[in-house]
Ligand binder design. Structure first.
Ligand SMILES: [Zn+2]
Ligand SMILES: [Zn+2]
Length: 177
């Protein structure tokens, strides 16, 4: 149960990355697609569509929804790509590839989120214990074997070292991310 809630929180955090212009754009895209297919196109064609109304309705709503979804994904990428060190412009163009291929590629190929050092702002990756630029301690680690420790641990789970004897203790250095 706890996991589900955490996942939901994470999902809503991700949704916050979608900028307002993309939400407006998505609504606009939906309305424009519907307008084009329901109003503009029937006026131009001399042969009325033979598709049953229900099927036509379903298809046109899906196309509108698809156009809106692409707008939302483009907005999401505009904020998600930079924090992964990827080119937002390049990927926003790729998403326009039909059939959702571009979007699928983006989510398959995207890089992990880059964090930055609190002390000097250098890019750091998830498994770093110390900043490569300024040696700032990023995560708690054992003062004896230098493997990761949790801030709540009293003894190192790898070598049994008493963490409170480190100077300064690993737990005081670590900040929560
Ligand atoms: Zn640093
Ligand atoms: Zn250790």
């Amino acid at each position: 149960m706890g996991d589900t809630r955490q996942n939901q929180n994470r999902f809503s955090d991700e949704l916050k990355l979608i900028p307002r212009w993309a939400v407006v754009g998505a609504l606009l895209a939906f309305v424009l697609v519907e307008y084009y297919f329901w109003v503009v196109l029937p006026g131009q064609s001399h042969h009325p569509s033979r598709l049953p109304f229900a099927l036509r309705f379903y298809l046109l709503i899906s196309w509108g929804a698809l156009a809106a979804l692409s707008m939302l994904i483009i907005g999401y990428i505009s904020n998600d790509a930079p924090r992964r060190g990827m080119s937002a412009q390049l990927w926003m163009i790729c998403v326009i590839i039909p059939g959702g291929v571009g979007a699928a590629l983006y989510f398959l190929l995207r890089q992990p989120i880059l964090a930055s050092c609190q002390a000097c702002g250098a890019h750091i990756e998830a498994d770093y214990h110390y900043c490569p630029q300024c040696a700032y301690q990023i995560t708690a680690c054992c003062g004896n074997c230098y493997r990761s420790a949790r801030v709540t641990d009293v003894y190192c789970v790898h070598c049994g070292h008493e963490l409170s004897t480190d100077h300064p203790p690993a737990r005081l250095h670590a900040f929560s991310r």
